[in-house]
Design a protein around this ligand. Sequence first.
Ligand SMILES: Nc1ncnc2c1ncn2[C@@H]1O[C@H](COP(=O)(O)OP(=O)(O)OP(=O)(O)O)[C@@H](O)[C@H]1O
Ligand SMILES: [Mg+2]
Length: 172
Amino acid sequence: MSTKYESRNTKYVFETVTKSIEETQQFGERLGALLQAGDVVALIGELGSGKTTCIQGIAKGLGINPGVVKSPTFVLLRDYSGGRVGMIHVDGYRLEGEGQAVWLDVEWMFSTRKVTVIEWADRVAGCLPEDYVELRFTHKTTNQRVITAIPHGPCAAELVARLRTEGTQNKF
Ligand SMILES: Nc1ncnc2c1ncn2[C@@H]1O[C@H](COP(=O)(O)OP(=O)(O)OP(=O)(O)O)[C@@H](O)[C@H]1O
Ligand SMILES: [Mg+2]
């Protein structure tokens, strides 16, 4: 179902440019601090665009040790606990086409008691819930990344609005 939040209308979108790994992690941490159990973040962007780096920051924002976050490429899914809220980290890279997404345990993946972050979410697009935050990563220069948060659904719209309006001391 289409809602007004699904448009790329800049009114609903948050965009930032990070200039280092640390800045991408800081952005992730700020987003992580806003996330609640049941929230879903779909990360989309080419190889090396900063998805895992950002998820390390999200983990920190959730109170999870960011040092333990690694790309789950070969296991499809990692489940982290120990923070304010648990985090499920999914990597769709090896799932070519929606058909292969049947390998994912969707009930586990979208636990309402945890936050779910999905790398290469475009490869599991058919599995995504109605309400989620899309995070787009693009290379600007060698060390600069454009990160765009696009809300899909009313909860995501509220979250992205908070990214835009809160924490003005830290622009990431
Ligand atoms: N501003 C930046 N933000 C994040 N990473 C950066 C930045 N500038 C340079 N980098 C480099 O880009 C790479 C990002 O790697 P990362 O694993 O986070 O990407 P990814 O999108 O998860 O890749 P993959 O698709 O392979 O999983 C790292 O090697 C990092 O050093
Ligand atoms: Mg990665």
